[in-house]
Design a protein around this ligand. Sequence first.
Ligand code: RIB
Length: 312
Amino acid sequence: MADSAIVFGSINLDLVARTPRLPRAGETLLGHSFSTIPGGKGANQAVAIARLGISTTMVGRVGGDQFGQQLLSSLQAEKVHIEDVLIDNSASSGVAMIAVDDRSENHIIVIAGANGNVNDDDIERLIPHLTPGSLLLLQLEIPLAVIRLAAQAAKTAGAMVILDPAPARSDIPSDLYPLIDIITPNIVEVEQLVGFPVESPSLTSEAASVLQQRGVKTVLIKLGENGGFCATPEEAFFFPVFRVEAIDTVAAGDAFNGGLAAALAEGYSIREAVTWGAAAGALSATKSGAQSSLPDRQTLMEFLEQRLGGEA
Ligand code: RIB
């Protein structure tokens, strides 16, 4: 059982417009509302885990601007340890410009800012947190070279590595795969990784096999409304989605990873952890925004009890 989780990744401020529909190229559209909400795939996953009661440390960078101060205060308010988040005065904070329409479809443009400066120096601040059995969560919003170093450091320390390969890209170096214990792509991301369309259950299972042949231990493919697929070295299974009234799926994937990691940190099996992930993802989709949508422990437990009863 792990006693802590460490997230090495991005911290963004999300600039969110709610709009009746997503604009076409060249079109100006009148939206419904605007809000600024703490986000970034790394920070979202850190907050998701901390809200579920696990001691969580964030390592990364914010810019030397007002957004940076705002992002640090909000992580601190969520009880995420931020001592090793660097204020990078040479950069602005990461931002994401997000449009969400009435059908809950979204567009996201990320400007990396300080996240793009994360380098070997940040690995020095990460290493002391990596202990045998701890969980390291990675995503792809900081430079790929430093993600590889982080995964290597985690392996050396005996920590478990969970990689969310988001945003989607196809150029993950081959020597990163064997360092990953669990990879959690969605459908778009897995297609980028394997290079073929994943349009059926058999192709989903084939995609997972390809990633396992590259060296990943467990492949967990998030299939949105169709639930997901999990292949470990011992077993492979599809799992269902929890049906909810979705209003905004921004950070639903981060919520999934947070639920998954929190359950693993508590010593639950991969099947139970997948259920926690699916529940956290579903709950997040019922609320607006990134960190504003992440469930706390009581909400997650009540939801599992309500949906699964004695099976939870
Ligand atoms: O996964 C959702 C996140 O993606 C948003 O919070 C945004 O900041 C981008 O990083």
